[in-house]
Design a protein around this ligand. Structure first.
Ligand SMILES: [Zn+2]
Length: 66
């Protein structure tokens, strides 16, 4: 499951967005810092492995699968 890195042009906040398996990529990313809806993907960032994957990733085990 990829985690995407996003950057907010309003406040320069860099944060990560999770695309849930089986769901479409959101068309709008909301900045978790200032609430701007103009956050965009950082083009140079490769999707990284889910950080919880090695520690029991799944329903009931991590926030993303509940
Ligand atoms: Zn922002």
């Amino acid at each position: 499951m990829p985690i995407l890195t996003l950057e907010c042009p309003q406040c320069s906040h860099v944060f990560q967005g999770l695309v849930l398996e089986g769901t479409r990529m959101p068309e709008v990313w909301v900045c978790s810092n200032c609430g701007s809806r103009e956050a965009h993907l950082l083009p140079d960032e490769e999707p990284v492995t889910h950080p919880w994957e090695e520690e029991g990733h799944g329903p009931g085990l991590c926030p993303c699968c509940n």
